[in-house]
Design a protein around this ligand. Sequence first.
Ligand SMILES: [Zn+2]
Length: 177
Amino acid sequence: LLLRNKFLEVSASVLAFPVHAYICRQRDRLESHATPLPDHDRKALSEYFTPQVLDTVRIVHADPLPIPNPPFASLIRRLGFDFLSPSSVAAITFDNVVACRIRIDTSLLFHELVHVVQYRTLGVRKFAQQYVVGFLETQSYPEIPLEKSAFDLQLRFETDTLRFDAEAEIRRHLTQK
Ligand SMILES: [Zn+2]
């Protein structure tokens, strides 16, 4: 167990730096092709997110997504982890830029906005670090705490008839871990 913890700690610190660089590179590259939130999405989500967040979000559509595999993908696969290719996921968020391969519905957009708020709250560096640690610890994408929070709140958005302060909930999840 000690050896495993040490391994996770070293792997996370080795990987966090290139993951951070990768996120920033994709954000900067995609942002020039991206557009602000369409009015109908903005309206639907304005009950959950502040204008400060909704104003910063940029969306880009493409199938397949023009996103290269991160430089560490082959290493992670060699270590035996299952790693999805970013070009094949439904949607992926780099800081304030949401890249989607499929027509994004409000529910999926809500999920991605949770990540936008996580990035804003933590900063890209800490987000990258927590994502890597979460992935190495759980070895399961939906169980990464940053993803679990997004999936839980997305489900609440879909099923709860009462509106809620999504940003307060996201911050509460971040401080709980
Ligand atoms: Zn997610």
